[in-house]
Design a binder for this molecule. Structure first.
Ligand SMILES: Cc1cc2nc3c(=O)[nH]c(=O)nc-3n(C[C@H](O)[C@H](O)[C@H](O)COP(=O)(O)OP(=O)(O)OC[C@H]3O[C@@H](n4cnc5c(N)ncnc54)[C@H](O)[C@@H]3O)c2cc1C
Length: 416
């Protein structure tokens, strides 16, 4: 079958890989000059199924009130923008905050994320792909005793879900990551998930795309899809600035831009862009962390990518604006320097911003639509790198008419 994948981010590229493995004739189209150049470019690098927690939960509301109007807030809603889609999304987000919804959303996210980690490991074993990966786990650290206590409670709950979340005292945190030694006296403790990983999502995407191309996948980069045109209950053609693109099946993997392509087809995807920032700096050997770290109170993640340190975080609901606001990225730099003062050359930090494609329940949108040959693989929010391989493989199975390895119930558009 001829399949057109819309979007060459980490999600679209992984989908193309599994589609090619299933024997399809695959083309991937992207407006950028190469794969992985938008949100998948400089993200936090964590492959973190053991921390797959939905944004919408009971504790986020008091936090949001506390952060309201603060330019340095980890999560910033610019509600003054009159955007009906954002307000509708916000109401759905609120509806997903009660504990019963959190448990449901967590199970759905974990189903994809844990499967994805298995797929990533299998892919690595099969291809030998190298992307500055590290497999020593992820350590969440806390300086506030109350936050740590709360995290210990959540760890107990997650252990009952079968996740390896280990509570660690401050000195044990330093034993796991010696680069924390200069701030050990400030630490209340940490939560360690040895099964989590990290790595450079961009390197992964670029290298997987090269392997996919060797398998016959065509990448039509520098090509913008202007519209999907339906006929008789199917997508007939993708109209692009380089001419019409036809296929037997289409997979929409355009990240935050997926709703814009779906809407004219009568499909309303509840995805909004949540802008995040990262800085990447040359790492000081022996003083930069090598285990991936999350500063949970400030929602900042640290991943060691070869001789670089990536620090990423913050979320801002501000539409499709990707401009670099110095106030926002300097927050990351400040928090990074307070936790790892000697980790590298902060003056050489390169700032970047990307738009996470976020659904109100933090579960991606995977699977069929009412257009018979259009499939969704989008809306992965904060965990697109974590879930790319699993959702790519599952959606490739659906396109091929095969039963995916995981139950797809509750992952599709029909839940909205
Ligand atoms: C600051 C930050 C930190 C993050 N940290 C992590 C992390 O630690 N772990 C994790 O798992 N996830 C993380 N994420 C989330 C993760 O990066 C995203 O979920 C993921 O990159 C989404 O991948 P995607 O392929 O869906 O989207 P994208 O990478 O955005 O790919 C979509 C592609 O579609 C193309 N496109 C869009 N519209 C069109 C069109 N009309 N025509 C042609 N091409 C089009 C774009 O050019 C783009 O290449 C983070 C995100 C941010 C912003």
């Amino acid at each position: 079958m001829r399949v057109l994948v819309l979007g060459a981010g980490v999600v679209g590229t992984a989908t193309a890989w599994y589609l090619a493995k299933a024997g399809h004739e695959v083309t991937v189209v992207d407006r950028q000059p190469g794969p992985g150049l938008e949100t998948s470019f400089a993200n936090g690098g964590q492959v973190s199924p053991c921390h797959a927690e939905p944004w919408a939960n009971p504790s986020v509301l008091p936090k949001m009130l506390k952060w309201l109007g603060r330019e340095d807030a980890p999560l910033l809603f610019r509600w003054q923008r009159w955007d009906p889609a954002l307000w509708a999304w916000g109401l759905r987000f609120l509806a997903n905050c009660p504990p019963s919804r959190v448990a449901l959303n967590m199970e759905r996210t974990l189903r994809v994320a844990l499967y994805s980690r298995d797929c990533l490991r299998a892919l690595r074993a099969e291809t030998g792909l190298d992307y500055d990966q590290r497999t020593e786990g992820i350590l969440h650290v806390y300086r506030d005793a109350r936050e740590f206590e709360h995290a210990c409670g959540a760890a107990g709950l997650m252990q009952s879900w079968g996740l390896d979340r280990l509570v660690k005292a401050a000195d044990e945190c330093v034993a796991i990551e010696p680069a924390l030694a200069p701030v050990s006296h400030q630490l209340a403790g940490g939560i360690y998930t040895p099964g989590d990983e990290s790595g450079d999502a961009y390197k992964f995407t670029e290298r997987l795309a090269a392997l996919a191309a060797e398998r016959g996948v065509t990448f039509r980069t520098g090509t913008t899809v202007r519209a999907l045109i339906a006929d008789g209950g199917r997508v007939a053609v993708a109209d692009s600035d380089n001419g019409p693109l036809t296929a037997d099946a289409f997979v929409l993997a355009a990240g935050s831009y997926s709703p814009l392509l779906a809407r004219p087809l009568g499909l309303r995807l509840p995805i909004v862009p949540a802008k995040g920032y990262s800085i990447t700096l040359p790492a000081a050997e022996g003083r930069a962390p090598s285990v991936s770290i999350t500063d949970d109170e400030h929602k900042i993640v640290f991943s060691r990518l070869g001789n670089r340190l990536r620090c990423a975080g913050t979320a801002e609901m501000t539409g499709y604006d990707t401009s670099l606001n110095p106030k926002r990225w300097q927050v990351i730099r400040r928090h990074a320097q307070s936790l790892f003062p000697q980790a590298g050359d902060y003056d050489k930090a390169e700032a970047w911003t990307g738009l996470r494609p976020v659904t109100p329940d933090s579960v991606p949108l995977l699977g069929a639509t009412r257009l018979r040959n259009l499939f969704l693989n989008t809306g992965h929010g904060t965990l697109g790198w974590t879930m790319a391989c699993g959702s790519g493989r599952a959606v490739a199975d659906l396109v091929s008419g095969r039963q995916p390895d995981i139950d797809m119930a509750g992952l599709g558009l029909e839940r909205f």
